[in-house]
Design a protein around this ligand. Structure first.
Ligand code: NDP
Length: 502
């Protein structure tokens, strides 16, 4: 059983039409083609975008290049840039309901969750504004009487920002304000499935006082509009969030001109649970970690590694709580799990579940798509008796599917946790301090939660080990990522000549 919230028809909803932002102007694409977005929870078109081609991508890059080489943005004081970012944060907060609605209807996520993401995003813009004024280099007055060394931090230049569909406004907010704080100029390409809120952000940034050409936003498919952003010689850095496969391609493209790359990629994140854990707290966190954003989340806690002594009891309790989770209409404030992004993605999720069942896993709850009369939905699903070598335990399903594995010793738990290619995040549950710290130090992942799951803050760095990515976002060094260092080596007084006349 699952609690269903049937979607209500959108009635006289007016489809939103968007143009793209290049060099401070809202323009049509070179070929005038359109992209239509069908709402995953309602099955009807809700947005139309101009589709960018390679020509549009190159125009956007040229605008960003001019704005960097000749424009005022990199030359402003940090205080001036910071004020504009703060103004943008206030405008994001003022338009949060509109932005949350766009994210919910285009991505299928629950509206209550989308509102939370918008509040988090506004906080990140404020944090970036604060960091803008703290960016500084180093000085060395310790190199002898004849030398003074100064290390400058300079904006790296033109940055391509490519984002996925699962957290449309939040993920662009983990990148763009920090690039702007550093003085960079940008071309942003959101996922073609969920571009609406990023385009509204373009309006906000214009109104906040960001000069023309500093933020260019194009919408289009990855291979057509995204690929030029990763290979063009006038781009200095690519900041990408998405699948590990496209991340690898991005790095290979960027290698041709040796661009800096920052990659936030997939995850297959374990929660390791010991018998002495507070199981009431954990059971709630297990359900939240697995079904938040319908599991379409790089940080999803999609692998439970339970101590054998508690595995049966805990699995039964998670199944019982899963039956109470409300699945359905993304626009209903009660909904906890919304729609799946596309019908093709729903098929992919279902095929992981059927392959796991054929391989010997047991469906302890859910296991199939749900028919709610419109849109596409997946039942919260628990698979028990999963073995570590199964695809469902190693690969990113990106759906509300929880795999349960078991362990007997701490060493075994660590081995299972580290046995896959990903290393984004992990959780450990125990009342024992030594146990938590041992797991925290030995599991190879960018974030380890102890007796909680998927908490975050703008101050805490986020990113992955191994094939979960390269570099970190957020945290106090987030602006530095968008800079180059330059050494000024200054001589004082008479220089000792290399060639001496004899
Ligand atoms: P994709 O990797 O397919 O796409 C991400 C972005 O890259 C989209 O804007 C996409 O455009 C674009 N893109 C696709 N192909 C290319 C290309 N050849 N060159 C340049 N850009 C390209 O991921 P999804 O959008 O499907 O998002 C889901 C994936 O993202 C999951 O696998 C998840 O693990 C990962 N992810 C990781 C996060 C992290 O922080 N670690 C956070 C969120 C998601 P378009 O889709 O419009 O074609």
């Amino acid at each position: 059983m699952t609690v269903l919230v049937k979607p209500k028809a959108l009635g006289d909803y007016k489809i939103r039409e968007f143009r793209m932002l290049i060099d401070g102007k809202w323009v049509d694409g070179a070929e005038g083609r359109m992209i239509e977005r069908v709402a995953p929870g309602h099955g009807v078109t809700v947005s139309r975008y101009q589709a960018a081609t390679k020509i549009d991508a190159e125009r956007a890059i040229a605008a960003a290049r001019r704005a960097f080489d000749d424009g005022p943005w990199p030359r402003m004081t940090a205080s001036e840039r910071s004020l504009i970012l703060l103004r943008a944060a206030d405008m994001i907060a003022a338009r949060a309901d509109e932005l949350a609605f766009l994210d919910a209807i285009e991505s299928g996520k629950p509206i209550s969750q989308a509102k939370g993401e918008l509040a988090g995003a506004a906080d990140i813009w404020r944090y970036a504004a604060a960091l803008a004024r703290d960016l500084s280099g180093e000085s060395y007055n310790t190199l002898g009487d004849g030398t003074l060394g100064v290390v400058l931090r300079e904006a790296i230049g033109v940055v391509s920002i490519i984002t996925p569909w699962n957290f449309p406004f939040l993920i662009v907010s983990q990148k763009l304000p920090f690039a702007l704080a550093a003085g960079c100029t940008t071309v942003v390409k959101p996922s073609e499935l969920t571009s609406g809120s990023t385009l509204v952000l373009g309006e906000i940034l214009e109104a906040a006082g960001v000069p023309a050409g500093v933020v260019n936003i194009i919408v289009g498919t990855g291979p057509e509009a995204g690929a030029p952003l990763t290979s063009h010689p006038d781009v200095d850095m690519v900041s990408f969030t998405g699948s590990t496969g496209v991340g690898r391609l991005t790095m290979a493209n960027a290698a041709q001109t040796l661009k800096k790359v920052s990659l936030e990629l997939g995850g297959k994140n374990p929660q390791i649970v010991f018998p002495d854990a507070n199981l009431d707290e954990f059971i709630d966190a297990a359900v939240f970690g697995a079904y938040f954003n319908a599991g379409e989340c790089c940080n999803a806690g999609s692998r439970l590694i339970l101590h054998r002594d508690i595995a049966d009891e805990v699995t039964a309790r998670i199944a019982a709580l899963s039956a109470k989770v409300k699945v359905g209409d993304p626009l209903d404030p009660e909904t906890q799990v919304g729609a799946i992004i596309t019908p093709q993605h729903l098929e992919k999720i279902a095929s992981y579940v059927s392959a796991a069942s054929s391989d010997g896993a047991t469906v302890a709850h859910g296991g199939a798509a749900l028919d709610l009369g419109m849109g596409q939905f997946m039942a919260p699903t628990i698979l028990s008796s999963v073995r570590a070598e199964m695809a469902v335990a190693r690969e990113e399903v990106f759906g509300p599917v929880l795999s349960v594995l078991t362990f007997e010793t701490t060493e075994e738990a660590i081995k299972i946790a580290n046995s896959i290619d990903y290393g984004l995040s992990a959780g450990v549950w125990s009342r024992d301090f030594d146990t938590c710290l041992t797991i925290g130090r030995r599991v190879r992942a960018g974030t380890i939660w102890m007796n909680t799951f998927m908490d975050g803050a703008s101050e805490l760095p986020f990113g992955g080990y191994r094939q979960s990515g390269l570099g970190r976002e957020l945290g106090r060094h987030a602006v530095e990522d968008y800079t180059e260092t330059k050494t000024l080596n200054m001589h004082i007084g008479q220089r000792t000549n290399w060639w001496m006349p004899r």
